[in-house]
Write a protein that binds this ligand. Structure first.
Ligand code: SF4
Length: 216
């Protein structure tokens, strides 16, 4: 066995491990980056398919909806997220609902978008996660803004942080039983409380003005 050339990037995870003369592979850890195929001097590595989950599509009121359902036990969601994103039509407005945090699925969801809308709560936990998310968005160099959910609870540290970071607060949603009830029934705020429709239209307008696409 010849030694492998050094990979240009690093293997993102240890999906191939060599112990003595034995090579062990862990397909469930593989990120499909193709790096190992590129550097293997024996050309001994080939790609194969693996079911990660399913993609489901639907539409209502002229809106198209696409989502990916990860196979139970599957750890690698980024390839499925990339597949879901392939359904985005460049000429249409696309909203991607990203998971919280700053891990690979979040980065895969945010990468290449025109704007990131961060949603947080005015609590120490909310502020902690917000700081990490803002750090990730800044590295990706995407304009972003903030929605403070349950804005009338907790403290004002999120507002102070937002001001310091020049992070625009685009909307504050108070804790409201009617909103919570609608949410738990799977209904939209604008259907239950039509007075919110104007606010969301204004939010859309502000995002359009601040988006990467608009400013480049
Ligand atoms: S494609 Fe190869 S280098 Fe990339 S994560 Fe999978 S095993 Fe590692």
């Amino acid at each position: 066995m010849q030694p492998m050339r050094k990979m240009r990037g690093n293997m993102p995870v240890k999906a191939i491990v060599v112990i003595g003369e034995t090579v062990l592979s862990f397909p469930e850890m593989c990120h499909s980056c193709g790096g190992c195929m590129e550097v293997c001097p024996e050309k001994a590595i080939t790609e194969t398919g693996r079911e990660l989950g399913v993609i489901e599509r639907g539409s209502k009121n002229g809106l198209e909806f696409v989502h990916g359902k990860l196979r139970v036990g599957e750890a690698m969601s980024p390839p499925l997220i990339r597949k879901v994103r392939e359904y985005a039509r460049p000429e249409a407005l696309t909203i991607i609902d990203a998971p919280p945090g700053t891990s690979c699925p979040v980065i895969t969801s945010m990468k290449g978008t025109d704007f990131v809308l961060l949603v947080t709560e005015p609590t120490p936990f909310g502020l902690h996660d917000l700081k990490l998310a803002v750090g990730a968005v800044n590295i990706l160099n995407i304009p972003c803004g903030l929605i403070i959910n349950r804005s009338d609870m907790g403290d004002d540290k999120v507002n102070i942080y937002a001001e310091k970071e020049n992070l625009p607060i685009l909307m504050e949603i108070p804790f409201d039983r009617k909103i919570a009830e609608a949410y738990s029934r799977g209904e939209m705020i604008v259907d239950v409380m039509p007075e919110w429709k104007e606010k969301f239209l204004e939010l859309h307008h502000q995002i359009e003005e601040m988006s990467f696409h608009k400013n480049h």
